[in-house]
Ligand binder design. Sequence first.
Ligand code: SF4
Length: 471
Amino acid sequence: MQENNASSRSTAAVIDDVAQIMKIRARGERPMAFVHSYGCQQNVADGEKIKGFLEEMGFGFTQEQEEADFILFNTCAVREHAEDRVFGNVGALKNIKRRHPSVVIALCGCMMEQEHVAERIRKSYPYVSLVFGTHVIHRFPELLLETLTGGRRVFSRGDESEDKVIREGLPIHRDGSVKAWVTVMYGCNNFCSYCIVPYVRGRERSRSPEAIEEEFASLVRAGYRDITLLGQNVNSYGKTLETPVSFSELLRRLDRIPGDYRIRFMTSHPKDATRELIDTIAQGTHISHHLHLPFQSGNDRVLREMNRRYDRAKYLELIRYAKEKISDLSLTSDVIVGFPGETYEEFLDTVSLIREVEFTSLFTFIYSPRRGTKAAAMDDPVPAEEKTRWFQELCAVQEEIAARRCQSAVGTVQRVLVEEEGKREGLLSGRTDGNVIVDFPGPASLIGRFADVRVTAARNWILTGELVSPA
Ligand code: SF4
């Protein structure tokens, strides 16, 4: 079910009311907002929508909590240490609230969809006055107005009906001018046994291809050069539409939009990644030759316990096909070390898979239990120190592979999208099609453009090079 912003007039009136109130409460000439998003790119994209609303309310943005009139943490529930960090950072806001009683402190995002978290905020953090979940972002203006005028703290998580609706037309304040994110679907139906996402982001629902095309084309027209399509399980896009459209078909439609840009997408699930997808990447004009395909474990028993619904052979077969079709393919992945019940021998299957595939880079995590998931109730006899040892062993193997892969790029000419000035003066920093960072000397006028760069050295997963020509 899609819904255009039918109540836009009343939302506009609410935004106007908030703007009037905040103008009076602001400590400076205009109200300032500090917004920080934790976690994945989807969360960052949600944060940009909230910033879009704030901009319409007349807010400016600041990196200094001390000078903000509104502070928002957009939280992540995927890993325990991200949660701990949020609580630590929220605790530190107590002193700011004491010094500036008029500041409004708010929390949103995946963590806030969990009742035990909301309960803890209610009891232990009385200076947090607005808490809302991922399903009610479109109602942010009215929730903020209620907080400012209602004389009480506001907690909102939405209801089941809101789980099924996609709101189009929300304002977006994009943080960059070169890279942008387009959410193509929300939620996940997979229930991997370790993952909290389906509980906090709801079931899969896809945006219409027309709405995505419109947003994508407007970004290309605005000069964005690197556009990432986002979804928790992006290649199951379109299955829930009235007229289903495959993710490959969506990619082909976007690839036909004229312009000078790259399309990336994340995150893919091996069970939904098809040969058709690989062929689409191979034949595309703008589609990046980079595939992030999380395999999580190289052992079939562990994969079954994780409820991943593919096996090692299927994963490797797809990788073989992809390498055959796309010779310069860059592969990255997510891996979990120390899943409950995993043995050292099973862990070694993960190491051997890494050696076989030769990923450009890996995001490796030691298993972290999430309350409410199936895996959190499983026996987990391996001590943390042992898991850390496995983790280090795996990282050492991957470092060796990444260094070798980086070294093999030396001497090649790469098409690099120049993103920003480098850390050292006179250097520019950009990314190859395979998503590897390249630093090279060049004029700042190249920022936001593609350039051909010859790789001259490789060090710690970062390449250095020399400019051949603007591409
Ligand atoms: S596919 Fe699995 S790991 Fe990814 S969001 Fe869905 S449940 Fe979580």
